[in-house]
Design a protein around this ligand. Structure first.
Ligand code: SF4
Length: 886
C-alpha cells in the first residue's frame, strides 16, 4: 500500500460485513476507520472492528510449514499432503478423506476446496464450521423457498414498523446492524421492537417488549401465532392461494395447543403472548430477525420454518420493511453457502441430491468424479474420524477442538486419525497440537478475495499488508495440492480474480432464472475490474435487475414456484433433571470473537470481560450458595469447567449462560465445548449448543491471586487461572484449592524471568495477604498479590504499574506495601473499550447528574466512538434510576 492511499476492505468478524478503510500516513503509520461508502455500515464500526489493527501483529503467527512440529519447506509439506491424500483415496476410496473448513475463508478459497473435494476427489466430505452457526437457516430456507435465499435487505429493518428479534443478541453479536436499528427507532419512536430470548440481553434495551421464553420454546410460540393470525382475519388469503402450498396442514398442526397451553409451555403469561400476537397481526411492515438462538437447536430447522410460516401466511416476504431475516454469525458464512461449503450442497446453490444438478456441475468443471451423494456433516465427520472411516482430514481456518460439541470425542477422533493437516494463521490454536502437517495461511489484511454478508452483498477483502514469513493464501495452498494430486489443468488459477470469474460463470451456467444464486453479470470481470469491484448485492444476472429484495413477485424456487408451509409439532423440550437442574445457554461476549486467536491479542478488547464467566440469576445463586465473583464449577453429563460467577437478573431463573470464547490458551478449564453434548437438529445436522442440562457448585478456594506480568506466563500451576492481555503485558486471575504451597517459590517461578531481577516480598500474616514484585532495573517485570479472600487490589492500578518507572527503592517497596493503591479510584469493570472507561466512572458521572447516554459521553467520552457500549451505559443509567426510586 502506498503511503497516503486508503485500501477499502471488509471486517473479518461478523456477518454484518462492514466496510473498512486501511490507510498508511505519509509517515508510514497505519490507521483504520469505517468505510463511509460501504452500504452495510456507512462508516460505522463496532468495538471489535475498531480494534482490528491491534490484532494483526505477528506474535503467535504460524509463519512456516511444519511436518511433525518441525519446520519444513513448502514443497516437502505439499508433496506429503498430496501423496497421503492420493494414497488414502486409492486404497480406501474417496470417502476416506475429508476437509473441515470455515466461514473465515474467502469465497475463492472455499470455491477451490469444494471443487477439489466434490468434483475431483469425488466425495462430498467437506463441511464447514458454519454448520455450527446457521445450517438450520439453510435447511429452513430450502424447505420453504426451494432455495437457500435470504429475501430481504438491511434497509428492511429500518423501514419496518415492527422488528421481532428472535434468539438474537444483536447489540453484541451484530453491533452495527443494532446501531442502524437503534438509530431508526430513535428517528421513529413509534417503531416497535420485540425481543424473544430467554435472556434479557443488552439488546433488550431498545425493545418495547421482551418475551423471556423457555429455551427452545420458539416453535410453540410461532405455531400459536399462526393459529392467532388464522383466527383473527390476519391471513393474506389471496397470497396464500397464489404463492404457497401446505397452509391447511400447517395450521392444523399448529392448532395442537391452545393459547393458554402455549403460554404455559413456554413460560409466559397468556396476556403477554397475546400482546405480541396482536402486535404482529396488525403490523403489516414486520421483519423477523433470527440467528443462533434459533439455529443452534435440536429443533433449529423447525424454528426457522415456524417463523417463515407466519410471514407466508401474512404475505410479508420480499416487500419493503417485511420478511424473515437470517443474520449469519461469520463474515463469509453466506459465501460458503454460495460455493457449496456444506456437505449436503453443491456449488452455486445446486443440489447434490439432484442428478441433473450433479451432471451440470460435472460438465462445467470437467471433473473426473462428481460426488454422488451428500457427505458427512460436522458431527458425523468427527465420528467417522474416530471409527476409522475417514483416515485423512484437512482442517482449514478453524479450531474444532474448541468449537465443536463433545470435545473429548473430537480430541480422541483427531488423535485416532492417521493424517491430520491444519492450515491456519495462528501457531497457538488448540487444534494444531493434533497436526501432522501445519500450513501457514495468509491472515486478514494480507489476503485478497470476496466475502458475502447477511444481506447477500459481495464485498472485496483486499490486502494492505505483505505476506509474512512463508504464509500463503488458502486458495494457493489448495490449488497447489490439487495440482500435485494430478489435477493441474483444473486448478491452474493465477489469482483470486480468476477463481471468482469461474465461480460467477458457474452460477449462471444453464440457469435462465431457475436458480436464485446468479452472479453471471460478474463472470467477465478482468483483474482490474475485480480489483475495483464495489460492494454488490446478488443476484447479478448477465441481463436484468441487480440486487434488491427477492420473492417480491410471490414466485419461489420450488418446482411449482410456490413457497411451502411446513407442518410442525408445537413443542418445547425440557432437558433439566434432578442431577442437572439448570439449562445451559452459550453465546458470544461483546468484545471477543470465536476462540480469541485474534481478539485475545488486543488489550482494549480483553478488558471488557477479562475472565470466563457464568451468568446466573441471583435467586438461583442464593439457593445454591454462590456469591457474586465466586469461582464455580459448571458441569453437564459431558464434563466440567471452572469459571467466575456473575450474578445477573438478566438471566432467567433456572437458566445459566457461559460464553464460547475461552480456550486452553487463556484459561485453565473454561472451554464450553467440554459441556455441550453432540445432539443435533435432524434436518440440518446443526448442534444444539444452547440447551444442555447443567449444575453449578462453588469451588472452595483456599487462596486467591492476581498478577500482572510483562511477559506471557507459561504453564501456570493453579487450579483456576484466566489470562488476559493488558496494556504493557498480561493480567492473570488465580485461585487455588489449597494454601499450603511454597508461595515465594511460586512467585519466583512466574515473576523472576532474569537472574539479576530484584524480587521484593511482603507478608501480612494478620490479613492473610502476601505480595511479591519483581523489578529489572527501574521497570516492574511482574507483581503477584495473594490473599485468603478474592484479591481486593485495583486491577487498573496494578496494570498501570507495568508502564511506570521505579527509580527508588522506596517506590518499589510501595508496590508490595500496596500503599499507592489505597484511596485510588478504580475505573471498575470495563464498559467503553475505545476510551477505557469503567463502570465506576460511569456510576460517578450518573451520581454527578448525567441522565442520558449522550450526557455520559460528554463527560467521560464513553460511547462516543464505536457505540458498542451504549446499551450497557443505558442499562447502568436505568439501574441507577431504579435504585434511586426504591
Ligand atoms: Fe465487524 Fe463489528 Fe461490523 Fe461485525 S458489526 S462486521 S464485527 S465492525
Amino acid at each position: 500500500m502506498a503511503n497516503g492511499s486508503a485500501v477499502a476492505t471488509t471486517c473479518p468478524y461478523c456477518g454484518v460485513g462492514c466496510g473498512v478503510l486501511a490507510e498508511r500516513s505519509a509517515g508510514g503509520a497505519l490507521s483504520l476507520r469505517g468505510d463511509p461508502d460501504h452500504p452495510a455500515n456507512s462508516g460505522r464500526l463496532c468495538s471489535k472492528g475498531a480494534a482490528l489493527l491491534e490484532t494483526i501483529g505477528l506474535e503467535e503467527r504460524l509463519l512456516y510449514p511444519e511436518i511433525g512440529g518441525r519446520r519444513a519447506g513448502w514443497d516437502q509439506a505439499l508433496d506429503l499432503v498430496a501423496s497421503t491424500f492420493s494414497r488414502t483415496i486409492a486404497e480406501h476410496g474417496p470417502d476416506s478423506v475429508a476437509f473441515y473448513v470455515s466461514g473465515q475463508l474467502l469465497t475463492e478459497d472455499y470455491y477451490v476446496a469444494n471443487k477439489l473435494m466434490k468434483g475431483f476427489i469425488g466425495s462430498a466430505n467437506i463441511d464447514t464450521n458454519s454448520r455450527l452457526c446457521m445450517s438450520s437457516a439453510v435447511a429452513g430456507h430450502r424447505r420453504a423457498f426451494g432455495a437457500d435465499t435470504v429475501p430481504g435487505t438491511y434497509e428492511d429493518l429500518e423501514l419496518a414498523d415492527l422488528v421481532v428479534l428472535v434468539g438474537s443478541n444483536l447489540a453484541w453479536c451484530h453491533p452495527v446492524l443494532y446501531q442502524r436499528l437503534a438509530a431508526a427507532k430513535a428517528k421513529r419512536p413509534e417503531m416497535q421492537i420485540v425481543l424473544i430470548d430467554p435472556r434479557r440481553t443488552m439488546t433488550a434495551d431498545i425493545a418495547d417488549l421482551h418475551l423471556a421464553i423457555r429455551a427452545d420454546g420458539d416453535v410453540a410460540l410461532f405455531s400459536g401465532l399462526l393459529t392467532f393470525l388464522a383466527d383473527h382475519g390476519a391471513v393474506a388469503r389471496d397470497y396464500v392461494v397464489s404463492s404457497t402450498s401446505g397452509f391447511a396442514q400447517a395450521l392444523a398442526a399448529a392448532r395442537a395447543l391452545s393459547l393458554d397451553e402455549t403460554a404455559a409451555l413456554i413460560g409466559l403469561s397468556p396476556s403477554r403472548l397475546l400482546a405480541f400476537y396482536q402486535l404482529f397481526a396488525r403490523t403489516e411492515k414486520t421483519v423477523t430477525v433470527f440467528s443462533q438462538g434459533v439455529n443452534q437447536s435440536s429443533a433449529g430447522t423447525d424454528k426457522v420454518n415456524a417463523i417463515i410460516n407466519c410471514h407466508l401466511a401474512t404475505g410479508r416476504v420480499g416487500r419493503p420493511g417485511m420478511g424473515p431475516f437470517s443474520v449469519t454469525g461469520q463474515p463469509n458464512a453466506m459465501g460458503g453457502r454460495e460455493v457449496g461449503g456444506l456437505a449436503n450442497m453443491l456449488a452455486a446453490h445446486l443440489e447434490i441430491e439432484n442428478p441433473v444438478d450433479r451432471d451440470r456441475v460435472r460438465r462445467f468443471w470437467r471433473g473426473p468424479a462428481i460426488a454422488s451423494r451428500p457427505g458427512l456433516k460436522a458431527i458425523d465427520l468427527f465420528q467417522a474420524l474416530a471409527d476409522g472411516r475417514v483416515k485423512a482430514i484437512w482442517i482449514m481456518a478453524t479450531n474444532p477442538v474448541v468449537s465443536m460439541p463433545d470435545v473429548a470425542a473430537v480430541e480422541e477422533a483427531l488423535e485416532t486419525c492417521p493424517f491430520v493437516v491444519v492450515s491456519d494463521v495462528s501457531s497457538k490454536t488448540d487444534t494444531l497440537r493434533f497436526a501432522d502437517v501445519a500450513l501457514p495461511a495468509a491472515a486478514w489484511g494480507e489476503k485478497d478475495g470476496t466475502v458475502t454478508n447477511s444481506e447477500r452483498r459481495i464485498s472485496r477483502q483486499r490486502a494492505f499488508l505483505p505476506l509474512p514469513g512463508e504464509a500463503r493464501p488458502d486458495w494457493w495452498i489448495v490449488c497447489d495440492v490439487a495440482r500435485r494430486m494430478g489435477f493441474a489443468e483444473a486448478f491452474s488459477y493465477v489469482s483470486a480474480a480468476a477463481i471468482f470469474a469461474e465461480h460467477a460463470a458457474l452460477s449462471a451456467f444453464e440457469n435462465r432464472g431457475a436458480r436464485d444464486f446468479d452472479i453471471g453479470g460478474l463472470a467477465g470481470l478482468d483483474e482490474t475490474q475485480y480489483e475495483a469491484m464495489a460492494p454488490t448485492q446478488w443476484p447479478v444476472p448477465a441481463e436484468g435487475a441487480v440486487g434488491g429484495r427477492l420473492f417480491s413477485d410471490g414466485r419461489y424456487f420450488t418446482p411449482d414456484r410456490k413457497a411451502r408451509f411446513v407442518a410442525l409439532r408445537p413443542t418445547a423440550e425440557a432437558r433439566a433433571s434432578r442431577d442437572f437442574p439448570l439449562i445451559l445457554n452459550t453465546g458470544r461476549a461483546r468484545d471477543h470473537w470465536h476462540t480469541m486467536t485474534r481478539t485475545g491479542k488486543s488489550a482494549r478488547l480483553s478488558q471488557h470481560l477479562a475472565e470466563p464467566y457464568v451468568e446466573i440469576h441471583p435467586a438461583d445463586a442464593r439457593r445454591i450458595g454462590i456469591a457474586d465473583a465466586d469461582i464455580v464449577r459448571v458441569s453437564t453429563s459431558n464434563g466440567a469447567i471452572l469459571v467466575r460467577a456473575l450474578l445477573s437478573n438478566r438471566q432467567s431463573r433456572g437458566a445459566i449462560f457461559v460464553p464460547i470464547h475461552w480456550t486452553d490458551q487463556f484459561a485453565a478449564a473454561a472451554r464450553v465445548d467440554r459441556l455441550v453434548p453432540a445432539c443435533v437438529d435432524p434436518h440440518s445436522g446443526q448442534p444444539a449448543s444452547k440447551h444442555a442440562a447443567a449444575r453449578i457448585e462453588r469451588f472452595a478456594a483456599a487462596q486467591y491471586g492476581f498478577a500482572v506480568l510483562r511477559e506471557r506466563p507459561s504453564a501456570l500451576d493453579a487450579d483456576y487461572w484466566a489470562l488476559a492481555r493488558c496494556v504493557g503485558g498480561w493480567r492473570v486471575e488465580l485461585a487455588f484449592a489449597r494454601d499450603d504451597r511454597d508461595w515465594p517459590a511460586f512467585a519466583a517461578r512466574h515473576l523472576q524471568k532474569r537472574p539479576d531481577a530484584q524480587m521484593l516480598a511482603y507478608h501480612d500474616v494478620g490479613a492473610g495477604q502476601q505480595r511479591f514484585a519483581c523489578f529489572a532495573g527501574d521497570r516492574l517485570v511482574g507483581a503477584l498479590f495473594l490473599a485468603a479472600e478474592p484479591v481486593a487490589v485495583s486491577r487498573d492500578w496494578a496494570v498501570d504499574q507495568l508502564g511506570a518507572e521505579f527509580s527508588s527503592r522506596g517506590a518499589r517497596l510501595a508496590i508490595v506495601a500496596g500503599r499507592p493503591a489505597r484511596g485510588l479510584a478504580d475505573r471498575g469493570r470495563s464498559i467503553c473499550s475505545c476510551f477505557a472507561v469503567g463502570a465506576n466512572q460511569i456510576a460517578a458521572a450518573i451520581a454527578a447528574g448525567c441522565a442520558s447516554v449522550e450526557e455520559i459521553g460528554a463527560k467521560t467520552q464513553a460511547g462516543t466512538n464505536c457505540g458498542s457500549c451504549r446499551a450497557e451505559i443505558k442499562a447502568l443509567i436505568e439501574r441507577s434510576a431504579l435504585q434511586a426510586a426504591e
